[in-house]
Design a protein. Sequence first.
Length: 408
Amino acid sequence: MIPVSGSAYSYSYATLGEGIAWFIGWNLVLEYLFAVATVSVGWSGYMVSLLEQYHIHIPAALANAPLDQGADPLHLRFTGAIINLPAILIVAAIATICYIGIKQSAIFNSVIVAIKVTVIVLFILFGMSYINTDNWHPFVPPNQGSFGVYGLSGILAASGVIFFAYIGFDAISTAAQEAKNPQRDMPIGILASLIICTILYVLVSAVLTGMVNYRELNVAAPVALALDKYFGLSWLRTPVKLGAVFGMTSVMLVMTIAQARIFFAMARDGLLPPFFGRVHPRFRTPSTGTIVTGVSAAAIGGLFPVGLLGHLVSIGTLAAFVTVCIGVLVLRRTRPDLQRPFRTPAPWFTCIAGAAVCGLMMVSLGLATWVRLVVWTAIGAVIYAFYGYQHSCLRKGANGAAATPRTA
């Protein structure tokens, strides 16, 4: 309906006003920027493991985060490592590809997606014959007496932790301004990818937990563990690791593209300095935003552990989803006259249920994550008060009286 760069930020700007839009935009920075860093850490782990198969060893001090969470999740401790160098290098390479152009990025991403989907399908097809249905009982292990440890609360907590996977579906909307027919292509791209990925996720989870008891799967590479247990599947180990490496590469590519366009949208509306909205004269990409995203994500991925980063990304994503759910209802009430090429079905159920479920998952992420979210939000509030509010195009009258972002 609003085919401009900016995803949930632009939608919130149009429906709920500038203040809420800043909050969402700032959380989207947390969502996309930290997602690139989070996935780069996982990429580093798989790449190091893959290289070791060919007797290429990277020192642990150069392949791990120097900071980690201590016994108290609110405090960090030094691990003795120097820097996660592979994580930094892959982010730099991805940022370079995104800087060159959206067309080149799309071609590169299409090739990678084809490879990783092939690997996933191979695992499902060949792993099915090794399923032991006894491993599925009990299907939902009983709660162990504390919140989030199995049972229904465990399902809720796990859903909150992995929710940052949904950034990929949201990221499609950040490139709306560069789509040929966004009001047709955006819904198809988002809903079709959501359906396909959900089916693949359920099938992989079913096969994996059927091959190996769930108690053994709390490891960094659970699929590789399952393949190691069966000699007949040993040939799949290298393709799976390659698939993981390629898959994470495509995720970082999409997240980098998305974050640069969030910066572009916020700068366009005056909430960030103008240089964030610069477009490269030759490549026609948001060049400065891409550089800032790459440098920041590389530094974060090189210094922090994946667990801490993953929780932050998830809570930022959930906050954005809650706001968009509410925004759909607000816009139905305030602007019923707007043309809607795609209409949310049963909005009073869909939107309220969506906001409620996402809110519950936010609660399940724990006190330490909430404290970090509050600190991040406070930093954003200071930036908005001292820069965004003063330089807002809306307040200067550049957009007239309307609260809708500019499309040019």
